[in-house]
Design a protein around this ligand. Sequence first.
Ligand code: BES
Ligand code: ZN
Length: 882
Amino acid sequence: MAPVCPAPSGERYERLPDYAKPAHYVLRLEPDFESFTFKGRAEIDVEILKPTTKLKLHAKALNIGAIALHLANGQEFRDLQHTYSDTAQVVEITLPVEIAPQKTKLSIDYIGVHNDHMQGFYRSKYTADGKDHWMFSTQFETTYARQAFPCWDEPVFKATYDVTLVVDDGLTALSNAMEKSSTVEGKKRIVKFDTSPLMSSYLVAFAVGKFEYLEGKTPKGTLVRIYTVPGKKEFGHFALEVSTKALDWYGDWFGIPYMMPKCDLIAIPDYSMGAMENWGLITFREIALLFDPAKTSTKQKTYVALVIAHELAHLWFGDLVTMKWWTDLWLKEGFASFMEYLFVGYNYPEMKIWLHFLNDELSSGFDLDSLKNSHPIEVPIENPNELDEIYDSITYAKSNSINRMLCFYLGEEKFKQGLRNYLQKFKYANAETKDLWAALSEASGQDVAALMSGWTSQMGFPVVSVNQLTQENGKRVLAFEQKRFLADGSEDPAASLWKVPITLSRSGQPDEPFHRFVLSEKRQEETVTIPDLEWLKVNQGTTGFYRVRYDEHLLHPLVTATGNSQLPVLDRFGLGNDLFALLFANQVTVDQALSFLEMSRNETEYAVWRSLDMGIARLGGMVDYADENGSLKKRFDRYLIDTLRNTADRLGWTYTDGEDSQVGLLRGLIIGRICRAGDEKYNAKALELFHKYIDSNVPLHADLRGPVFGAAIRAGGDKEFQLLRSHYETCGFPEVERTALVALGQTCAKSGRLETLFDYAITQGKVRTQDLHSLFMGPACTRSGQQWVWDYFKKNLNQLTEKYGGVQTMLFQRCFKFAAEEACSEAIAKEVDEFFCGKVDPSSLKTLDRPIKQVSERIRNNVKLLKEAGPQLDAYLKSKGY
Ligand code: BES
Ligand code: ZN
């Protein structure tokens, strides 16, 4: 069903003209902590490339003063007139005469604002010595540099930058390059920085405030500092270790040493995303950089390593070589995402990062890309206001997964050589997807564009059905057939085809493919040599970005091999993950999927369980809607408790020294699920641990914090709610705060406490805007909470839009998704389609178009699932005595 809003007319967005381009910026900014404004002056070396009577460049929320232009012959035009277009965010300067191609200098005086929307040159609040303080830092990607200085704010306009910051004496001032000089004039300190490398405007950065730091050097001599607000630098040791390792490691891997003498990493108290790869001055959300051995969970420590590795990979993929236009955003995000795993895989093997890859990347890429309203990796972008929504699981997780697929296909050495060629050829310049394919083709001798372009230019991915036609004397004839996998099991009208790198493994050789080929046609037969009694697995190691559907004959031995762990872990993951996805698409039965779950009772690997748990969660969410009195849900919960009990008891509550971190993760996962299913013994124990921790300060293992907080809030009442809210206020550590918020949101929707919580957090502003979306996660787990949070969202649209600074922002869109997408009702799907019409202006509506369609598609998929799988589940549970 199509959304019923009229298509917004909107102005067509205009790219900056090609008659002029910047070569060098001299920027001087003077932030003021009293007025939250800054005085700015930009002197820009502008090359006029074609005769022109005007200049156009970007600006937003800047109060522009005097404008002057110096010509090459020394002539100067002062007080130039300009007009401003708010929608295009473009300043148009009128020149008194036509200027011929030449080198000119444009100077602009202006005043800007340190806003609190976490974009541009914005302000952040922190508390030290019991008082509130402010600091300023920047977030320019994608189009916010123009809020700090007038500029050619498109990635293709690379220039060098000389930055000067004029700050109150006693404060630290940072920018991309190394400090060149610092002089005091009265109460001000004038800090000048070296000239930056040639780079895009979205990578410029500044930070001003009272900071402290830890410092180290890489073996090759790069100076690395971890900056924090006062009192937090001791949480920077792990970040310092990872970053000093990674800079040199990447330099070696890419064959190009890091290009600057220093790299600062700074944790910012108010931050919209996870982190940002500004060249030489990388900014982070505190939770993404800081680590406390006593308080940080295993998952979060891994995340910190990954984020740092991701941003440092960008220094090559993104900063040195930049996409020409945002359509090719994946060229930096997909590669930084792949490199982060490669780095962590080699340098922190104990994190078993490739197992985490499966759930966090592969599976999340599958999830979004199986919607009809997905988009291709190479996504047409006309208006950069529409950009926030494409920083999604397609640009990150799918891109990352197809990189992994290609790396396996070509082999790491050839893949590396191709990337090296690409970086060498386009350094300090811009590139497109086809440039990457050309470099990889050259290195590998294969036609990489032919193989890969289908994966980046069309949306979706295939499910490959495999049928065994004949089997005789160690030879089998198999039929492979591909079609687009859609989450609701429907047919793809576009009949897309991919070039699918197929790999096969077998019992006798489980860890390495014994047969490979590329499936290009819709249907292909393949003869393989394999002993008659052996099982055969397609997509060995789950390295391909496709799902597999086996005929019963092939599936059965694989399920058995899962039960006795003869199937390697990556394959057990793949089999289970595919089975549940196929169940949700109505292509295998509840019976088949739940038999697999039961077969996995003795499974010891977190990664496999995590994927099964996602399947359980989706079924659990659905059964909540099956009947008014919740009887199917209660029966399903009893079934789950019985199925998980042994695993939970085997794992217990106790962490032992030297235990594999994956066991600890699994313990948290299983305990969390069995508590949600309502197991009395486990809930009682969770409540006991909660009170010991809160009331008497008895340590609680960081990996159990989420499950224990959640269980205590769901099973407890006002008292636990109050205790956890006070803990949120006093714990002083971002990860604990976030876990508390997620848990508080799980309080009973009928108790009135959700009203208290959201009012406290949002209306009274007691929770940082950057963290509000965590609140929206909790309620959606139950039917009544889901309804409550969607109603809240609808009633408070204006308040939320204001907080986030617009509906196009990523954090707003996250709240919207959390508030609605778990719903299972046609009525809500329809409301989602219609809700925003007339409530947000047409151009903003356009930025919400795809998210709205994705959310309502998901809701309708839930409805369909309930209709198809509900009765099957009911019958299955009956047959098992539930
Ligand atoms: N370049 C992005 C930050 C970004 C995201 C800027 C969206 C503008 C819009 C950065 O490199 C990034 O990808 N950050 C991720 C973390 C990463 C580990 C995936 C983030 O912020 O979540
Ligand atoms: Zn990134």
